[in-house]
Ligand binder design. Structure first.
Ligand code: MRU
Length: 360
């Protein structure tokens, strides 16, 4: 499968690896050149790039850069460990590093950097194709939920859109596929405190695509569901355990609970690269704890137009900032992989992995 959709990570005519600095969106759309391993690691750590599939792709290029400097086994192991340490929860990071490592392991040192670069490019191509497929499968699941005469009302949390991936997005790929098919669709966008990926990034990219949307405070979703104003919830994921438990942006679990209480289907867009069969269940997933300052302060556009940060909490109030949570498999209607929807259960996860191994 191939895809010609605009990419979030690309090589320009001069051979430079480019992306967008997501810490500046939606106010400034600034290109960021990733010129070496340390640039890639820093971009992931500081969340200039974010979203599980995108950080995997950037890490793959980071490893390729590192091999240009030191293609030995020791160099490969050191760079892999350093890149892996940038963020702990999304398994796509480890998946991509392992894919590049496996590609180059048996090669002579002199051939490794070029092979790693080609593998990183293949990861990007595969991500674009995979997400397009997730979008089509997701659209097929969601379209029948539209009520006659009304737009389909979809709620999403965080940003699982094109800028969280190489192209298309995962959860939002379904929305884009619906719109392309002419299905009227409106997206309720959770703001997604503390970093506001919904308010800043999802709203930006939906607006860019001309998709109807409304930003809501995170706490409003339950009310809207009770009022019958949400037909389906679709989110992305950072890691799916062998039993179907799903780690995603903090707050996802509360949306799943509210959806279950209101008999609203809660779907998870889930590339095979986000499934971690080596993690038995959600309890075993490491949850990233980020700087409490993201809770005590908030960033946005100031009166002069530049980014400013303001304090929300009293001086000295402690804060705690887990970046992800775990939604138990029992609350998930389906995991939508590139091979189609599957149950969030040990059997469903095994079946998806089996299909992936068979279909390649
Ligand atoms: O902390 P972030 O912004 O990297 O978290 C992103 C999410 O939680 C996304 O929902 C997830 O990575 C899926 S992206 C297709």
């Amino acid at each position: 499968m191939s895809s010609t959709a605009p990419r979030t990570l690309w090589i320009d005519a001069q051979g430079r690896l480019l992306t967008r600095d997501q810490t500046l969106l939606p106010f400034e759309d600034v290109l960021l050149e990733l010129g070496g391993e340390e640039d890639c690691a820093r971009a992931i750590r500081t969340m200039q790039v974010r979203g599980a599939p995108l950080i995997g792709a950037v890490a793959a290029y980071g490893l390729a850069f590192a091999l240009r400097t030191d293609p030995t086994d020791a160099g490969l192991a050191r760079a892999r460990d350093d890149l892996l340490a940038t963020r702990p929860t999304a398994v796509n990071l480890r998946w991509a590093l392992d894919r590049v490592s496996a590609r180059v392991a048996a090669l002579p040192a002199a051939a490794r950097a070029q092979a790693a670069w080609s593998e990183a490019a293949a990861i990007c191509d595969d991500d674009a194709a995979c997400n397009r497929s997730i979008g089509l499968h997701g659209a097929a699941l969601l379209a029948p939920l539209r009520r006659a005469g009304a737009a389909l009302q979809v709620l999403t949390h965080c940003n699982a859109g094109r800028i969280a991936t190489v192209a298309h997005g995962t959860a939002l790929a379904a929305v884009y596929a619906l719109a392309e098919a002419g299905v009227p669709v409106h997206v309720w966008v959770d703001e997604t405190r503390p970093r506001n990926q919904g308010a800043s990034l999802t709203a930006w990219e939906l607006g860019d695509r001309g998709i109807q949307h409304t930003v809501i405070s995170d706490n409003a979703a339950g009310l809207l569901m009770r009022q019958g104003r949400v037909d389906a919830v679709i989110v992305g994921c950072d890691r799916v355990a062998a039993n179907g438990d799903v780690a995603n942006k903090v707050g996802t679990y509360l949306k799943a609970l509210a959806a279950a209480d209101n008999a609203i289907p809660f779907h998870v867009a889930c590339p095979i690269s986000s499934i971690d069969p080596g993690t038995a269940d959600g309890e075993a997933i490491e949850i990233e704890a980020r700087d409490p300052r993201e809770v005590t302060h908030i960033r946005g556009r100031g009166p002069q137009g530049g980014m400013v940060e303001v304090q929300l909490t009293p001086d000295g109030s402690p804060a705690f900032n887990p970046a992800f949570d775990v939604t138990p498999a029992r609350l998930v209607a389906s995991l939508i992989t590139e091979h189609g929807p599957t149950d969030a259960s040990p059997e469903g996860v095994r079946a998806a992995l089996g299909r992936s191994a068979a279909e390649g």
